[in-house]
Design a protein around this ligand. Structure first.
Ligand SMILES: NC(=O)C1=CN([C@@H]2O[C@H](COP(=O)(O)OP(=O)(O)OC[C@H]3O[C@@H](n4cnc5c(N)ncnc54)[C@H](OP(=O)(O)O)[C@@H]3O)[C@@H](O)[C@H]2O)C=CC1
Ligand SMILES: O=C[C@H](O)[C@@H](O)[C@@H](O)[C@H](O)C(=O)O
Length: 312
């Protein structure tokens, strides 16, 4: 089974279901990618910061699926906001490919490129070593330049609130194709989804299952809806719900049976869910279950309604 395609604002199409690779250990991720591609996935979500792109590349080659049939995304890390092409070139070399289908700014926050650590530079006081003088608009300009090199087909955002998007849109020549966000039953960000729609930016749902040790699998509403439609897993409803919101889903798994069922189950649920189910699922977070799972301690305001502004 393959997944439906979503068309981006530049006409490029992407399979709506992609395999996540964050926290997939290097010794597990090659087999996970190979298995996913053999099971029908054609979209892999990677990042320089995940430290496993070399092994993702091994999995791609082991699958025997031609490179041009797979949609590959990767992300620019904070310590490289002033060295965009350098980060991209490392990713391309790690993956063993000459181009990416999509390149995202991982977080709209630059970190000190000359700090005490290449990935997570820290200050003596324990805070992240942020490069506050780097304007996100300039990082976006450098991302735009990567499209001209032919090394990336599309560019996009990740973890950008409306506030951050408005900043880059002031000078952007290329509107981000996507915004990859924490999106799931307990954090549906309905207002931001409306804004993205108005700008032609497609949402990509990260942590669609609620990430590691997720409470979402036990959610009563999703479980009841799964039962009602004879779906095998609550996770099917979690993924089908996001597809129905016109978001990509990027479930991560290194478990072969889950890799398979996330693809087939998401599609089954997408086809089974009714507008009434979607309305009920839309109300779960607002009904007292709102929760975000990925909240790195950046120490600055990212402009998300549900993410408390840090006190100095
Ligand atoms: N842009 C960004 O800042 C971010 C991007 N992402 C991207 O999104 C992807 C997905 O998000 P992630 O946080 O990994 O979390 P997910 O919501 O995809 O959940 C992954 C967890 O759920 C388990 N799991 C997967 N499928 C099932 C299933 N059917 N039943 C029960 N358990 C299951 C996995 O275990 P196991 O592997 O052991 O099967 C793993 O522990 C990432 O891998 C990454 O690619 C994620 C976070 C932030
Ligand atoms: O993509 C995954 C996430 O964004 C992850 O890379 C960050 O949350 C990182 O662990 C951090 O602490 O900043």
């Amino acid at each position: 089974m393959s997944s439906p395609l979503i068309t981006l604002n530049n006409g490029q199409t992407i399979p709506a279901i992609g395999l996540g690779t964050w926290q997939s250990k290097p010794n597990e991720v090659a087999r996970a990618v190979e298995h996913a591609l053999k099971a029908g996935y054609r979209h892999i979500d990677c990042a320089w910061a995940y430290g496993n792109e070399k092994e993702v590349g091994e999995g791609l080659r082991a699958s025997g699926v031609p490179r041009e049939e797979v949609f590959i995304t990767s992300k620019l890390w904070g310590t490289y906001h002033r060295r965009v092409e350098e980060c991209l070139d490392q990713t391309l070399a790690n993956l063993g490919t000459t181009y990416l289908d999509l390149y995202l700014v991982h977080w709209p926050i630059a970190m000190n490129p000359n700090g005490n650590h290449p990935v997570m530079p820290m200050l003596p006081n324990g805070n992240r070593d942020i490069d506050a003088s780097r304007d996100i608009k300039d990082t976006w300009k450098d991302m735009e330049a990567m499209v001209k090199t032919g090394k990336v087909k599309s560019i996009g955002a990740s973890n950008f609130s409306q506030m951050t998007l408005e900043k880059i849109l002031l000078t952007a020549e290329i509107i981000p194709a996507v915004n990859q966000l924490e999106l799931h039953l307990y954090n549906p960000q309905l207002k931001l989804l409306e804004y993205l729609k108005s700008k032609g930016i497609v949402p990509q749902a990260y942590s669609p299952l609620g990430s590691t040790n997720s409470p979402l699998f036990d959610d009563e509403t999703a479980t009841e809806i799964a039962k009602k439609h004879g779906l095998k897993n609550t996770s099917d409803v979690l993924l089908g719900y996001l597809l129905a919101k016109n978001a990509f889903v990027l479930p991560k798994s290194v478990t072969p049976s889950r890799i398979e069922s996330n693809l087939t189950g998401a599609m089954e649920a997408y086809n089974a869910l009714t507008p009434e189910d979607i309305k009920v699922l839309d109300g779960v977070a607002a009904g007292g279950k709102q929760k975000r799972f990925i909240m790195p301690p950046w120490g600055i305001d990212l402009g998300f309604d549900d993410w408390p502004v840090p006190t100095k």
